[in-house]
Design a protein around this ligand. Structure first.
Ligand code: ADP
Ligand code: MG
Length: 298
């Protein structure tokens, strides 16, 4: 790449997690703004993780609904810096917090769901399983675009029968078959259906204004959560919540506990909640949502 680490000025921290720290940066020679994700690569395990994230980005980041990777540069002390297009409205997790629990209305939510599905459809066609679909990994910009980010625990499916059981990252959005492959259709499990579960739970959370599987304000009991995901009823929007029949049905198709019964991304793109929308009307609905969400923080 023609980019050099020393040509970037760090402006602010956009986020940090397991993978590393993400900065908003300015490329001094051109004054262009980017996000720069600095991945730790000091020890062999983090080097392997960083290499996998970079491999997936190189393979898969060329779609309007996937955050574009503009280059990979060596960083000080052996770290790896990934230059990403800047998503200037942040992630859906922070958007929801800005709204202080106010649910996202259907019009915008279906635009979000549709764009996320288009991104997933692209990834799955390249045999990439994301494995960490959740609000903090879906980013938005002021153009109203929604893009999938963070391939920190992503996976390239090489063998059809690869078992994708692992406990990286948060388990709150993990599907039943990842916890318990034997009883939830995990045999022959390739992981694609796990992304649909994560999307279903994400859309449900955005549509309810709160994470549906944990009581608000309490310290999460992860064991109880995992038990509920595996052995409880499938998550559904409570009757007491206001939600359209289309949204309820969409979410229920994503949150089938048996991986084989869950709809695929291709099927979901035909679902009435998201079907028949073009990209520009999806983006317009998300732009309206951004305006509507600014008011809350004032
Ligand atoms: P982690 O592995 O730490 O979760 P992510 O890639 O998800 O790393 O980035 C962490 C956070 O940084 C995201 O939740 C988001 O808020 C912010 N972020 C990441 N990439 C971008 C980007 N391209 N533009 C704007 N914000 C970003
Ligand atoms: Mg993340």
């Amino acid at each position: 790449s023609e980019h050099h680490f020393s040509d970037f000025d760090k402006l602010e921290v956009l986020g940090h997690g397991n993978g590393g720290i993400v900065y908003k940066v300015c490329h001094r020679p051109t004054a262009a703004l980017y996000a720069l994700k600095v991945l730790h690569a000091g020890d062999p395990q983090s080097r392997r993780h960083a290499a996998r994230e970079v491999e997936i980005l190189r393979r898969a980041a060329d779609h309007p609904s996937v955050v574009h990777c503009c280059g990979v540069l060596p960083a000080p002390s052996g770290d790896v810096a990934v230059l990403l297009e800047l998503m200037d409205s942040g992630c859906l997790d922070s958007l929801l917090r800005r709204r202080r629990g106010r649910p996202i209305p259907d019009r915008a939510l279906s635009g979000i769901a549709r764009q996320a599905l288009l991104g997933l459809s692209y990834l799955h066609s390249l045999q990439v399983v994301h494995r960490d679909i959740k609000p903090s990994n879906l980013l938005i910009n002021t153009a109203g675009e929604v893009k999938i980010a963070d391939f920190g625990v992503g996976k390239i499916v090489r063998r059809a029968l690869d078992k994708c059981v692992s406990y990286v990252g948060t388990c709150a959005y993990m599907s039943p078959e990842r916890f318990d492959p034997a009883t939830h259709g995990g045999a022959g499990y390739d992981g694609y259906a796990g992304d649909v579960w994560g999307l279903g739970l994400t859309i449900m959370e955005l549509g309810m204004g709160r994470f549906p599987l944990l009581p608000a304000g309490e310290r999460p009991d992860w064991a109880a959560l995992m038990w509920a995901i595996c052995f409880g009823e499938p998550p559904a929007i409570p009757d007491s919540d206001e939600a359209s029949p289309e949204l309820r049905d969409f979410v229920s198709r994503c949150l089938q506990k048996e991986a084989e019964k869950r709809w695929t991304v291709a099927q979901l793109l035909e679902h009435p909640f998201v079907a028949g929308k073009d990209r520009s009307s999806s983006e317009l609905a998300v732009r309206e949502l951004l305006l509507d969400s600014v008011c809350d923080s004032s």
